[in-house]
Design a protein around this ligand. Structure first.
Ligand code: PMP
Length: 430
């Protein structure tokens, strides 16, 4: 039998993989993936955030085993099942604000955001949506059409899409200017919803200045526009609070969740005001939405995060990781900026600290070299020059320190010209 990676290249559609490096995985446990042949790799991406509780978390495994034995194949489209109803109730119980809300239970961040956008249009009778430059909201339908990264890449935007830059201190995009632009767009009274990532990831891990969400909340209230927090990537503890929006003391009208929510199974949620949901009946129909086995995984994830208060771990470990990475900036001229909140961290590599010219090639080489040294990372941002770290919340202090050591060594090797360009895989970035 040829090696797994070669069988994969031969049989599986390339669209399925980003292929930052030649990885073939046979197992996941905790924060680690095991390659064919037994080599263990520390996954500092948590499968792009989906393995927020790590791989094969015991609570998830047990819930899925039990639910699959009883409920595999049972459709929510016929009506209630205890797993699905329990999941929706337990999710709502973890949210501030009124109880008059409904939960769409989907498969991925993409369909949750698409459901939210359709519901907002139906619920408000308005057609336009406002999103931010560099945002990522999904790869399907409306969720794709409002994603700044796709629009910048030439994809046709959603009709009437309003796009405003995301406030970005390192790139000198200032909050007051952004809020002025939002105000101008909303003042016409035809925007159904503003969709925003409280910390944006795929656009380059950007932490907005304090006051951003509050500013959006005020303007949405002024113009009767719904505010959607897309917390698919940064929700459920990752930024140091259970919900990222809590930090600014606001409550969004709509909240979308995914990734971590399913413990690795396909599960997402869009929490909608009841009246919006009522207007949107039938807006999205997929045969296996409201999946009972995935909902059981979601209940295990929610109860684990809440009972272990994992957001406090994310804050402590995130500070340790940020401090370790910031210390590297003194010795690696490639590092232009290190930023993050909790366990959402970006390391921006530049050719020149003055001009901030993106070090795209060096970023790909560093990520590749870290893989060779046993740590998985990836890169994001319009210049494909931000190393993204979104590890599982169950990481240990020792694992944080190991990741910093390996990134340090990878940067040294790249700076010394020891990593040839020929190693880079097919993925070319945005
Ligand atoms: N929203 C955000 C903020 C995301 O980061 C992503 C995925 N990167 C999505 C939505 C889409 O989620 P999915 O890939 O599960 O459809």
């Amino acid at each position: 039998m040829p090696p797994l990676y070669e069988r994969d290249l031969a049989a599986v559609a390339s669209v399925l993989h980003l292929r930052f490096y030649p990885l073939a995985t046979t197992k996941g446990e905790g924060a680690w993936l095991v390659e064919e042949g037994g080599r263990r790799l520390l996954d500092m991406t948590a499968a792009f955030g989906a393995a927020g509780l790590g791989y094969a978390h015991p609570a998830v495994v047990e819930a899925v085993r039990r639910a699959a034995g009883e409920m595999a194949g049972v459709s929510a489209l016929f009506g209630a099942s205890p797993e699905v109803v329990g999941f929706a109730e337990e999710l709502l119980a973890l949210l501030p604000g009124g109880t008059d809300r409904k939960v769409y239970i989907g498969h991925a961040g993409s369909d949750a955001n698409t459901a939210a956008i359709r519901a907002a249009r139906a619920g408000t009778g308005r057609s336009r949506v406002l999103s931010f430059g560099g945002s990522y909201h999904g790869g399907l339908g409306e969720s794709q059409g409002v994603s700044g990264v796709y629009v910048a890449g030439g994809l046709r935007p959603e009709p009437g899409l309003a796009q405003v830059p995301y406030p970005h201190p390192y790139a000198s995009v200032l909050l007051p200017d952004v809020l002025d632009q939002v105000d101008r767009e909303l003042s016409a009274g035809d925007v159904a919803m503003v969709i925003v990532e409280p910390v944006t990831n795929d656009g380059g891990v950007i932490v907005p200045p304090d006051g951003f969400l509050k500013g959006l909340r005020e303007r949405c209230d002024r113009y009767g526009t719904l505010l959607c927090a897309d917390e698919v990537k940064v929700g459920l503890g990752r930024t140091g609070t259970l919900h990222a929006f809590e930090r600014e003391g606001i409550v969004p009208d709509v909240l979308t969740l995914g990734k971590t929510l399913g413990g690795g199974l396909p599960l997402s949620a869009a929490v909608l005001p009841a009246e919006v949901d009522a207007a949107a009946e039938g807006a999205i129909l997929l045969t296996t939405i409201g999946n009972a086995v995935c909902a059981a995984a979601g209940r295990a994830v929610l109860s684990t995060i809440a009972s272990e208060r994992l957001w406090t771990r994310a804050e402590v470990l995130g500070d340790r990781l940020l401090t370790g990475l910031r210390a590297l900036a003194g010795k690696h001229p490639l590092i232009g900026d290190v930023r993050g909140r909790g366990l959402t961290i970006g390391v921006e590599l530049v050719r020149d600290r003055e001009t901030k010219a993106p070090a795209k090639l060096e970023t790909a080489l560093t990520v590749y070299r870290a893989f060779e040294l046993g740590v998985l990372t990836d890169y994001v941002g319009p210049g494909s020059n931000v190393i993204e770290l979104t590890p599982p919340l169950i990481l240990t202090e020792e694992e944080v320190d190991l990741a910093v050591e390996v990134i340090d060594a990878a940067l040294s090797d790249v700076e010394a010209g020891k990593v040839p360009e020929s190693v880079i895989g097919p993925y070319k970035g945005w």
